[in-house]
Design a protein around this ligand. Sequence first.
Ligand SMILES: [Zn+2]
Length: 199
Amino acid sequence: MSKKLKGKTCVYCATATATTDDHVFAKEFFLPEDRHYLPKAPACKACNNAKAKFEHYLTAVLPFGGRHPQATANLQSGVPGRLAKNQRLHKALLSSIEPAWLREGTGLYQQTSTVGFDSSELEGLLKFIGRGLAWHHWKLYLRPHDDVSVMLMPDMGSAYFQSLVGSWRNAQRVDENCWPSATSASGPPSPHSPKAKIA
Ligand SMILES: [Zn+2]
């Protein structure tokens, strides 16, 4: 564990003493060459293990839905090994594949396929990430009873959210891109507002 984070309180439960430096965004979401400078936060073993369960599922499944080049490369280079270690998930994904049509930006429809996806896993991980980013950006510990809300939105909802957040003054919000198109976070930075949400 790094000296900087040693002895600190776990950012996820805000209770236990941290025993490890946790990557707020698991390294496996990124290609090896893109893993520098990922934010780290102090975490206790129990929280680290609980978060890792979500990460094992999502690092194997999310690249199927990525539309950016890094996700495609991750799907080809990282996912087969992860699924080989998790035959149950591999079988579940295979049996969930269905044909679908996808509307491209040009307006044309392209044939593709979908795989089943448990969005509650993503919500679970994003709640951890919200707490990790609050500490990373503002050294703010969200306590166990502080609410961290996660909203998963279709494109239309996302556009509305962006316009809403975009109308806030710069001092009220933070926009963070960990890597182009891979992950992004927007939300109010004020640690003093009881209604603050990290999105
Ligand atoms: Zn903890």
